[in-house]
Unconditional design. Structure first.
Length: 203
């Protein structure tokens, strides 16, 4: 379902049928006798998907909002993940770990001469805690621009119907994440054991 949600948002922001002047997504009604609507947009992505459920999920996570009584407006090109431990979050977590492991495995294999993209930047001596929010905000803005460019590059390929193409389609993409390591605990193992024993005795 997450893949359908992402593609619906992408087409709402990029497909000429659903984009108005200056590249702004058109406001859509859920269903109309003919022409553009949320139902027709979802059908373009996956005819088997339930447009009501797709719209409900996009509204719930804030990627789409109500506009008046009948219309809906896409306010984010990205699918904002819902609360933790939701089915979508668990699906994303599993896929992200699998994709990272696959890239690392490929690059560590000496038989693979051509390595996959795997780059990182690190604050060599760390950052003071109050600088981390500013770094995250800067990285988020820069990454958003990059991801939109990459998404635009992929658009011509997403318009092809995989069922009508004799060429095999291979799933690929780019995952980006920011990490913040927890503070190191320099307390000795012996001290930690004594503390644990003290808590046990106090029970």
């Amino acid at each position: 379902m997450a893949a359908v949600l992402l593609e619906v948002l992408q087409k709402w922001h990029t497909d000429p049928q659903y984009v108005g002047p200056y590249g702004i997504p058109l406001e859509l009604e859920f269903e109309v006798p003919s022409g553009r609507s949320v139902r027709s947009l979802v059908a373009m992505v996956d005819r088997k998907a339930n447009p009501g459920l797709i719209l409900e999920e996009l509204l719930r996570v804030g990627s789409v909002v109500h506009s008046g009584e009948k219309h809906f407006r896409a306010v984010s090109r990205a699918f904002m993940m819902p609360e933790s431990m939701s089915p979508e979050q668990i699906e994303y977590f599993g896929k992200a770990l699998t994709r990272l492991a696959s890239t690392l495995e490929h690059n560590m294999n000496p038989k693979n001469v051509e390595k996959r993209l795997e780059r990182f930047v690190v604050a060599d001596r760390g950052l003071p805690p109050d600088a981390i929010p500013a770094f995250e905000e800067f990285a988020r803005a820069k990454t958003a621009d990059l991801l939109v460019d990459l998404d635009n590059w992929l658009i011509p390929y997403s318009s092809l119907d995989p069922d009508s193409s004799p060429v095999q389609r291979i799933s690929t993409g780019l995952n980006v994440f920011l990490y913040v390591e927890p503070p190191k605990n320099d307390e000795s193992l012996e001290s930690l054991m004594h503390r644990a024993e003290g808590r046990e005795r106090s029970k």
